[in-house]
Design a binder for this molecule. Sequence first.
Ligand code: SF4
Length: 80
Amino acid sequence: MEPQSLASHREAQFELSGHFSVMGDDCIKCASCSTLAPAIFHIETDGAHITRQPADAIEFKECQAAMINCPTSAIVCCYD
Ligand code: SF4
């Protein structure tokens, strides 16, 4: 494995150790997260919920985008 791809692989493995969750009381049901990461977030009457954790680096990046763009900072990511 080339140094560059090895570094990318390690970065992806580190990032995938994160665990996303929604702080329900802070959610205003804007649906930004379910638009940016539709496989991960869904909206119910009481707010956004996590369907499952991201399965690969692409889904992880989508979750990060959802977290960054959440207008109330209701999405959090905890690293193992
Ligand atoms: S982006 Fe934030 S406020 Fe909007 S639905 Fe998702 S968790 Fe709720």
